[in-house]
Design a protein around this ligand. Structure first.
Ligand code: KG4
Ligand code: ZN
Length: 340
């Protein structure tokens, strides 16, 4: 029974989680989000400095939460990419220091595999085959998944331009709703009519996405409009277009591949409308839907510990202590080692 410490620092959240055999024992999150608000987006150097400040206290808080100490850790997993270069470096350097001083294995993991693995902490091991829909601030992908720890990850489709979360953030800025845009759009949309404005549902190929045209359509609509903006209707109609495209493609991917489980993960999976529409459409198509609870959808350390736990159980190779980061790591496997 191994205790895995997971460290996440790819963007503006310093996340630390402690997992043992698929069970989340404790976690802690420290965010520098407020420091970025006045810039309307994450400033990498500000985020990296905040990680440096928060890392050790966050590790201790996560261990306290688990009722464990440093001596109980059997392996350290860390996000090696993708993400902001300087932010990733803080996490990887910290993980190396812990692994080296404790004499335990180091495991470099892919951030997006972490988003999927988060679901296993709540809903148990993934079935032999599933379709993954990853919707985060930087990525939007439809994946064919088998064993996350040992099998290659197959991309059925990706976004040709903006990611879903990026579209939420950009449209929120356009509507003056602040940062981060996803939760702000969701709040504004609560009082809006999702059918008020028929925004386009642009895509590329059968399983590919494209959100930059949708963002431009909202911008054009706002520019043409005279008088006070119907912000609630705009937010609701935009959100509906994103959710509709995501779910149409995800259900199509499941049915056309004869795969009965859909896992939705990443920050945008916290969206209440997406969760509701996903439930309805999966029920109609007889698909088992798995989505982590909202707090495990956005970036956190537990999801990285979850990948580490899967890798340790599968007796995967450890990362070398000269491992570096890979800020634009493609998602081909859960483990990434980044050695030169
Ligand atoms: O996965 P995540 O925390 O970080 C990345 O790996 O990118 O995702 C962050 C993204 C942001 O774009 C944020 O606006 C979006 O997830 N997001 C949401 C919601 N909560 C976060 N989008 C829509 N609705 C939400 N409730
Ligand atoms: Zn993320």
């Amino acid at each position: 029974m191994s205790v895995i410490l997971g460290i996440e620092s790819s963007c503006d959240e310093t996340g630390v989680g402690v997992v043992r055999e698929g069970e989340l024992l404790g976690d802690c999150l420290s965010s520098s989000m407020d420091e970025h608000k006045r810039f309307g987006g994450v400033v990498p150097e500000v985020a990296a400095r905040a990680h440096l400040q928060a890392m050790v206290p966050t590790v201790h808080a996560a261990l306290d939460d688990a009722g464990l100490g440093l001596a109980d850790i059997d392996a350290v997993a860390v996000t090696a990419g993708p993400g902001l270069a300087t932010a990733l470096q803080v996490g990887v350097a910290s993980a190396k220091a812990y692994a080296l001083s404790l004499g335990v294995p180091l495991l470099g993991v892919h951030h997006l595999a972490g988003h999927v693995a988060a679901d296993t902490l709540v809903h148990g091991p993934l079935p032999a085959e599933s379709i993954g829909l990853i919707v985060s601030g930087g990525h939007t992908s439809l994946l064919q998944l088998q064993d996350l720890a040992t099998d290659p990850i197959i991309h059925l489709g990706d976004t040709a331009d903006d990611a879903a979360g990026e579209a939420f953030d950009k449209v929120a800025r356009l509507l003056d709703l602040g940062y981060p845009g996803g939760p702000a759009i969701q709040r504004a949309a609560e009082n809006g009519d999702p059918d008020a404005i028929a925004f386009p549902r642009p895509t590329t190929g059968r399983f590919g996405f494209s959100f930059s045209g949708l963002k431009t359509a909202v911008a054009r609509w706002v520019k043409r409009h005279e008088g006070p903006l119907p912000v609630a209707d705009l937010a609701a109609s935009f959100q509906e277009a994103v959710v509709d495209v995501l779910m149409s493609k995800a259900v199509d991917a499941c049915t056309s591949h004869g795969i009965g489980t859909l896992v939705i993960a990443g920050g945008v999976a916290a969206n209440a409308r997406l969760r509701k529409v996903a439930e309805q459409r999966c029920a109609e198509a007889d698909i088992t839907l798995r989505i982590p609870p909202p707090r495990l959808c956005t970036d956190n350390g537990a999801m990285i510990a979850a990948v580490g736990d899967l890798l340790v159980s599968a007796e995967a190779k450890w990362s070398a202590l000269d491992m570096t980061t890979d800020p634009s790591a493609p998602l081909t496997s859960a483990a990434i080692s980044c050695t030169h």
